[in-house]
Design a protein around this ligand. Structure first.
Ligand SMILES: O=C(CO)[C@H](O)[C@H](O)COP(=O)(O)O
Ligand SMILES: [Fe+2]
Length: 228
């Protein structure tokens, strides 16, 4: 049997005046992970939040903290995110002078390591680190903002990454981030993804209801044998 498909809602679309309430709703819907977008205003045009905020949120929930670092040279902050309670840390291949060293540092700190690819970055960039990572994050929008539309060529990239992982018989997850909603999530999973990020599709409206719908969709796929 394949792996359980994980929903990881992006906190970027939460009402920041009521973050803890949003997290409570996700817990109520039994959502397994929380996607935390850290933006530095340099790699991406936007600034979001950093390790101190994540440390405060850690007291609110036991969900997997799935930290997406959109930060130049993230190797400088690995220990900060470990101390803040991160479980998974994903860095952009485009941001690291020494990608292999950065991945090693994340794992040595006791966290799962992910590598992210912008929409224009080819899969070949991660060829020599694929055996080292726990997850590949395929960006299906240009990073920096929530609420953008899914870029269709991302599906082809997911298929390509899945092929590499399966050919090498690796235990590596594929996370897809950007513009995923209830309409396109089926295709995203079919292409090979098993960690689904959804920001606006979860938080714009009733968080509990939207998360529950996503979770139901995953369970349906599990029971019809389509689980990865
Ligand atoms: O990394 C991100 C943006 O850089 C976010 O995780 C992503 O955009 C999620 O939001 P949405 O589902 O609304 O597209
Ligand atoms: Fe993200």
């Amino acid at each position: 049997m394949g792996k359980e498909i994980i929903l990881s809602p992006s906190l970027l679309s939460v009402d920041f005046a009521h973050i803890a309430d949003g997290i409570k709703e996700l817990d109520r819907a039994e959502v397994p992970a929380l996607h935390l977008d850290v933006m530095d205003g340099a790699f991406v045009p936007n600034i979001s939040f950093g390790a101190p905020v994540i440390k405060c949120l850690r007291k609110e929930t036991n969900m997997i903290f799935d930290v997406h670092l959109m930060v130049e040279e993230p190797v400088r902050y690995i220990d900060d995110f470990k101390k803040a309670g991160a479980d998974w840390v994903t860095v952009h291949a485009e941001c690291c002078k020494h990608l292999h060293r950065t991945i090693t540092a994340i794992k040595e700190a006791g966290m799962k390591a992910g590598v992210a690819l912008n929409p224009a970055t080819p899969v070949s960039v991660i060829d020599y680190v694929l055996d080292e990572v726990d997850m590949v994050l395929v960006m299906s929008v240009n990073p920096g903002f929530g609420g953008q539309s899914f870029i269709p060529s991302s599906l082809r990239k997911i298929v390509e990454v899945r092929k590499l992982i399966d050919e090498r018989n690796l235990d590596v997850r594929i996370e897809v981030d950007g513009g995923v909603n209830l309409k396109n999530v089926g295709e995203v999973i079919k292409s090979g993804a098993d960690v689904i990020v959804a920001g606006s599709a979860v938080f714009n409206g009733d968080i509990y209801e939207n998360s529950t719908k996503f979770m139901e969709k995953f369970r349906e796929r599990g029971s019809d044998g389509a689980e990865r």
